[in-house]
Write a protein that binds this ligand. Structure first.
Ligand code: AP5
Ligand code: ZN
Length: 213
């Protein structure tokens, strides 16, 4: 399966991805995670991406298309993949179609994590992450067993630099202006499944399974 997860910041893409990944044996390609790793490692890509990310703006299409093109070639991605956070502009969607067409492939489904903006600030400001595994917690909705510590490794959790109410505003604006047209792009192709992403995580998982069955 070749799946795309689209939704505003905090809508649950990263929370549902590992579950879908395990059930269907797909690779999980999250452009945000890849960019954050590049920023942390201070690679040339990370240095270019950091400023836009800190402001909650999108990184240039060329940069993200380059990293996805590279990542999709991994052997583990040959059976299929989950794109989490990509494509986020119509240009990125067109480039993805071109990349897939070269392999005689296409997108199978687009899961649209539909939510009201009003619930997202609480989700974003309460999020804590275990950086090396990508495990995500929430102080209220998915608390770790011990505060500030990863359940599995006992290592400390961190918050993302862009997870402030202020930066969320720009991220949401970018979503509405640049990413919502991508949903229309795929809706015209009949590929979009709308998920009620404001429901509790387990109920969203059931909806994902229904959409993919
Ligand atoms: P990215 O990392 O993709 O961030 P985002 O799209 O803003 O999405 P989030 O990761 O914030 O949300 P999520 O949907 O994964 O939420 P989660 O499941 O963690 O991008 C970051 C930046 O990188 C961008 O701003 C941009 O600069 C750049 N970038 C990335 N891709 C790009 C691209 N293609 N083009 C250009 N630039 C790009 O959930 C959030 C919280 O809520 C968690 O704490 C979780 O526990 C909790 N939660 C989840 N589901 C539920 C639920 N159902 N009920 C209650 N709580 C829940
Ligand atoms: Zn995410």
């Amino acid at each position: 399966k070749r799946l795309i997860l689209i939704g505003p910041p905090g809508s649950g893409k990263g929370t549902q991805s590992p579950l879908i990944k395990d059930e269907y044996c797909l690779c999980h390609l999250a452009t945000g995670d890849m960019l954050r790793a590049a920023v942390a490692a201070k690679t040339p890509l990370g240095i270019k991406a950091k400023e836009a990310m800190d402001k909650g703006e999108l990184v240039s299409d060329d940069l993200v298309v380059g990293i996805i093109d590279e990542a999709m070639k991994k052997p583990s991605c040959q059976k299929g993949f989950i794109l989490d956070g990509f494509p986020r502009t119509v240009t990125q969607a067109q480039k993805l179609d071109e990349m897939l067409a070269k392999q005689g492939a296409n997108v199978d489904k687009v899961l649209n994590f539909a939510t009201d903006d009003a619930i997202l600030e609480e989700r974003i400001t309460g999020r804590w992450i275990h950086p090396s595994s990508g495990r995500t917690y929430h102080t209220k909705f998915a608390p770790p067993k011990a505060p500030g510590v990863d359940d599995v490794t006992g290592e400390p959790l961190i918050q993302r630099r862009d997870d402030t109410a202020e930066v969320l505003k720009s991220r949401l604006e970018a979503f509405h202006r640049q990413t919502e047209p991508v949903i229309d792009y795929y809706a015209k192709k009949g590929l979009v499944a709308n998920l009620p992403a404001e429901k509790p995580p387990k109920e969203v998982t059931v909806e994902v399974q229904k959409a993919l069955s």
